[in-house]
Each structure stands twice: as C-alpha cells, then as structure tokens.
Design a protein around this ligand. Sequence first.
Ligand SMILES: *[C@@H]1O[C@H](CO)[C@@H](O)[C@H](O)[C@H]1NC(C)=O
Ligand SMILES: *[C@@H]1O[C@H](CO)[C@@H](O)[C@H](O)[C@H]1NC(C)=O
Ligand SMILES: *[C@@H]1O[C@H](CO)[C@@H](O)[C@H](O)[C@H]1NC(C)=O
Ligand SMILES: [Zn+2]
Length: 274
Amino acid sequence: MRSFFALVSVSLASLAMQASASCIYGTTLHRRQTDVPVSSYTFGGTTGPINWAGLKPEYRECALGHNQSPINFNQSIPFATEIPQINIPSTSFAEFLNIGSTVQVFINGTTMFGGKTYHLIQYHFHTPSEHRIENEYYPLEMHMVHEADDGAHVVVGVLFQLSDFGLTTDFVRQTIVNIDGIREPGTRNVTGYLDFSELVEAFQSAPIYQYTGSLTTPPCTEGITFLTLAYPMVLDVASYNLLKSVMKFNARYIQNAPGEQNLLQISAREISEL
Ligand SMILES: *[C@@H]1O[C@H](CO)[C@@H](O)[C@H](O)[C@H]1NC(C)=O
Ligand SMILES: *[C@@H]1O[C@H](CO)[C@@H](O)[C@H](O)[C@H]1NC(C)=O
Ligand SMILES: *[C@@H]1O[C@H](CO)[C@@H](O)[C@H](O)[C@H]1NC(C)=O
Ligand SMILES: [Zn+2]
C-alpha cells in the first residue's frame, strides 16, 4: 500500500513539473519559457491520441470536440477565396528546439488574412503528415502557428512529397542543419540561414484549403483557422530521414468531418452496446 502511494505521488510530482509542450508552444495559450518544455503526452499507447482526453481535464476537447483536426481534405473542404499575404523576413539563424512532441523553430513574420494581421510565432513538423488529401498521406507536414492581437489563431500548413529528382525546399534543409544537436527532448540549438521566398511564392499560386479546426495536439483547442497548401512542396530523402529519426511518429489520426460528432464519442457509444 505504501509503495502504491509513493508511486502515485512521484508520478503526480513529475507531471506537475512537466509543462505540456504542444503545437501551440510560444503563443498566449502556452507562453514561452526559459527552459525548453517537454510534452507529457505521446503518439501511442495509453498516453497517445486515443486517451489524450483522459490525461488531464484540460484535454477533454480532444474527445468531445466536433471540429477537431487533422482531417482528410476532399471536395467538401473549400479553397480559400483570398490569398493569405505571408511576410517572413529571412534570418541568419533562429532558435531550434526539441519539445518532445515535435521539433520547432521560433520565427518572426506576419500573415494578413480576412482583414486581420496574424503574427507568426513558430513553425514545427509532423511525420507522417497529419492532414490527407483525398485520403493520401504525405511524408511530412509543417505547421506555421500564428496569433492575432485578439487571440485568434491561424495555422499555415504545408505537406511535403519526396522528390524523384533529389530536389528539396531549401528552408527545410536549412532548418535542420544542426538537428543532431537536438536529438534529446528538452534541448535547443540553432537553424542555418532561412529564406522563405519559395513558401511565399507557393501560396501565391496554388489553391489553399481553408477550414476551422483544432490544435492537433492537447489541449485540442478549437476555433483554429487552417490554411493548407493543396499541393505538396518537395523534400529530399536525407532531410526526411533525419527529421523522422529525431521526431519519431508524431501525427494524430484523422478526425471526423468538421461539425460531425467526435469519433471517440461514437466509438464509446458503440462499444458500450457490445
Ligand atoms: C468528404 O468526406 C466526408 C467525411 O468522410 C463525407 O461526409 C463527404 O461526403 C465527402 N465529400 C465528398 C465530396 O466526397
Ligand atoms: C524575433 O523578434 C524578437 C523580438 O524583436 C527578437 O528578439 C528575435 O531575435 C527575432 N527572431 C528572429 C528569428 O529573427
Ligand atoms: C549545435 O549542434 C551542433 C551539432 O550539429 C553542435 O556541434 C553544436 O555544439 C550545437 N550548438 C549548441 C549551441 O548547442
Ligand atoms: Zn502541429
């Protein structure tokens, strides 16, 4: 009995000390801190997406929300009728962190969309992609997390496809030049020189899926506008393998269509009838 209580209090203490880093780290939902935070949830088993809502009361939206992300993009998901105006100054380097659930870069920039200015705070990656296009997944997805002064969030998303010709997107390759320095969660290093003109050009010319969803990691907060490029950008095999070796699997399963009941609620009801 005593050892049981000792075990419980130790694990509660370690949970309390761990700030739960997520896809929203650095915004007002989870303010930037001096130490690199490490997430307490995972992408498999009892701390994985099936049970995120069971980990903390603040995560209940993960199992109850009706507008959760990621989703499968099909013809029911509209294209944005306006081109987001993305402006990201190039920079000689930026801070590069391993927060356990992903690797992330703190960066400055703005996106103007719907008459509002959103401040770019960070970008991070998921492998494989979280969103799918007509049920096809991609090897990598990037999320550029923006916040407006009124607290509204936009995630600018890009899927990446491996190039048959050894081509790549330069800012991804430059982002990870020091990835060997952040193999351990909770560590930091710096990127190489970053220039986002390829990304800005891609958003000028390709269709962009627009929908309102959620953070794809706990606390699964809803009301997030996703603007996802409908065509993948290219990635070289070596960069993909490096990112994958550090991030491991970090993609949530696709959720029900926007507005439909949460898949976990549907599952719980059907299992209770077995
Ligand atoms: C898109 O997917 C949703 C969810 O599976 C489905 O309800 C809808 O009918 C699909 N739309 C098209 C045009 O296939
Ligand atoms: C972003 O802006 C902040 C505040 O001006 C500055 O301290 C930081 O170095 C900038 N980051 C980059 C990557 O330029
Ligand atoms: C960054 O990582 C490189 C390895 O890629 C390492 O040599 C360097 O010492 C690291 N720098 C910092 C500040 O951790
Ligand atoms: Zn993300």
